[in-house]
Write a protein that binds this ligand. Sequence first.
Ligand code: PLP
Length: 506
Amino acid sequence: MTNRQPDAPAARDAPIAMDAKEFREIGHRLVDDLADLLGGIAERPVARGEDPVAIREVLDAAASLPDEGIAAGPLLERATRLLIDHSLFNGHPRFFGYITAPAAPIGVLGDFLASAINANMGAWVLSPMASEIEGQTVRWISELIGYPSDCGGLLVSGGNVANFVCFYAARAAKAGVGIREAGTAEAGALRVYGSAETHTWIQKAADLSGMGTDAIRWVPTDGDQRMRVDELRCQVEEDLANGYKPFMVVGTGGSVSTGAIDPLPEIAACCREYDLWFHVDGAYGGFAAAVPESPDDLKALAEADSVAVDPHKWLYAPLEAGCALVRDPQHLRDAFSYHPPYYHFGVEATNYVDFGLQNSRGFRALKVWLALQQVGRTGYVTMMRDDIGLAQKVYMLAEEHPDLDAITTNLSITTFRYVPSDLRGREAESEVGEHLNALNKEIQLRMESEGEAFVSNAIIDGCYVLRACIVNFRTDREDVEALIPIIIRLGEAADGELRPAQLAIP
Ligand SMILES: *Cc1c(COP(=O)(O)O)cnc(C)c1O
């Protein structure tokens, strides 16, 4: 300690504090603004196509840190305006890009409540009710998808981290004793298997865990983007013969590009045979296992040692909410638990610090727990079924249109592309193929800047295709029907401008 005179104020006037009256007033105003935004979201553009320079100018991005504070009310109003006037709205009924769902309104309110309580979910003692709510949320998520509800699990930031958590559980369980102490060098050349369509989290996991991305075996897919289990078996056999140590197979339940579902029952059988950890990446599609008519291949996620799902996708939770489920909770402790001297928790309960990467943790579970009860299993099944039906509608509309090619439809993802009818049948010619790729890229970009609707893309067999993913409870038939004339109009305009002379209509 120094012998400096203490500056211990008798009564503090902390500039960050806010009395109840002010909090109520500016809070009500914010709620009013957000109610207007959500109520009128369909009338706004999905996106405004502003470039980074324009956005930085509106923000005054170069301004330096203020020395003195300003009043909270006007400050919050300015922030609200900036965001309402310059955002992309994934809550818009015509947003079909990537896999980004609108935020359930009850989840928005749940996040507000959660941050006001500010429970620290690392330890039960710091979050008694909140920790139990997280436990119930994890059980309900597993019940919803048909996974054993006595599994271990926790809420994390999203699909990437949910998959990471499962990856580390697999590694601790299968790499052999001592990997956490001795590291990967001692464990031998570990190998992890996933289809060529596996999401990029697997590269980050292999890299950051010290195995390196060469530890990943990318198993070829069939014509429907599904893992070829015969190829998986060959690769495992070959690796065993060469002294490598296979430890984990990742099956994808709804791939990010096309929604393809790997043959999970056959992967499960292969894992049993070779004593490998069977993980399912169900970040996008896992929840669709709750829909009774879903493919049995998807429902077989019930057999996995671990499953990653993403409530901020098909449960429409506001960002961020992912969830890792591990059949035997002990495997989570075996992968993550330490007992430092500064933690002494008296009660017998789950301390989530033992289950994952984080120490202090926020209360992500609340928004999910609220929505699960607001709509129930039936509500979710209906909403997912509607999303799937709308994606199939896009496929049919593309099939029927002379200038569109319907390519794939799985779960709620449909891929298709614009092919001017005079070039039909010539797609295999390299000049035509290149022009079609350029056209479809251009359609996507122009749609983004016009803001009437929003799609993203996929690459299938080298073709650049448009991709509509409907994970959006605000979308209805009129919205998907409106997509077709937009694409045709943009496609005709772009074709007129970009068509190379040698492809001109004779
Ligand atoms: C979205 C997705 C991820 C990544 O999830 P984030 O929530 O974006 O971190 C991983 N795998 C699949 C199959 C996905 O669809």
